[in-house]
Design a binder for this molecule. Structure first.
Ligand code: ARG
Length: 265
């Protein structure tokens, strides 16, 4: 009897909480509409889940930019494919932040902010691997997150439709496949590859840069085409980079000074 009462009470509580949540989501404290931001929080140290919180360099950077622009927002972990699709539509989510490289192809479907981060792809292998460059991966098994620049670059090297290129919905799964020995290498963004190798010292991963086959990439915030957010946020991004806030966060997450001159020109 007591149990039933508790169950009934928590049901009522759950309902009223849900109702509150809905109201809160529609408008921000200032009464203006909150900007909904999508991310794929499985790309540490850029964006990842820490229990139920989304954390990472991108998340800190976003907070600084939105504060500078005086805009209210909420970030949600949608996963990569859903983020790409929903930001293109622009109905549920008005922008995406997720280490998204600005590419000519994507410019056909999104508007991008000014670049805020320099990156490149990097190879992850296990100790003792004979692989030296990306070209050595041509006839090997490689894991990537699907629909990323790593996927695009490796497709060019390995050939379209090559089933040895294993594409995963999440980068975590791609790295796990390498860990389990299902592939010879994984390819992802440099900061993520380095972080994973650093966090798993016992597994003896080796990180391989390849400046010849993997060029420089720049991350941007992605908006639906024609979004008015670009004009609002570009100046805020520049301020955060110029006033030293960016360098502070960069040092916090990567332990080194950023090269901001490549971003500000
Ligand atoms: N920079 C790469 C790209 O834009 C990979 C980004 C993946 N990001 C993520 N959160 N999984 O394609």
């Amino acid at each position: 009897m007591k149990k039933m009462l508790v169950a009934g009470l928590s049901l009522v509580l759950a309902f009223s909480l849900a109702a509150c949540g809905e109201k809160k989501e529609a408008t921000g404290a200032s009464g203006g509409k909150k900007i909904m931001v999508a991310t794929d929080a499985s790309y540490a140290p850029m964006e990842s889940m820490d229990k139920d919180k989304i954390v990472g360099f991108d998340i800190d950077f976003l907070a600084a930019v939105m504060k500078e622009a005086k805009l209210e927002y909420e970030v949600k972990n949608t996963g990569w494919d859903t983020m790409l699709e929903s930001v293109k539509q622009g109905t549920e989510y008005q922008m995406g932040i997720s280490s998204i490289s600005i590419t000519d192809e994507r410019k056909g479907s999104y508007d991008f902010s000014v670049p805020y981060f320099e990156s490149t792809n990097m190879i992850l292998v296990k100790e003792g691997s004979p692989i030296k460059t990306a070209l050595d991966l041509k006839d090997k098994k490689v894991a990537v997150q699907g629909a990323t620049t790593a996927d695009e670059l490796m497709t060019k090297i390995m050939g379209n439709g090559n089933t040895n290129l294993k594409k995963y919905e999440s980068n975590v799964l791609a790295f796990m496949e390498l860990d389990l020995g299902g592939v010879d290498a994984a390819v992802a963004d440099i900061a993520i590859v380095r972080e994973y190798a650093k966090n798993n010292p016992k597994k003896k991963f080796v990180t391989i840069p390849d400046k010849t086959n993997f060029g420089a990439e720049f991350y941007g915030l992605a908006y639906p085409k024609g979004s008015d957010l670009k004009a609002k946020l570009d100046p805020a991004i520049k301020t955060v980079i110029e006033n030293g806030t960016y360098a502070k966060m960069y040092k916090k997450w990567f332990g080194e000074e950023p090269n901001v001159s490549v971003l500000l020109n």
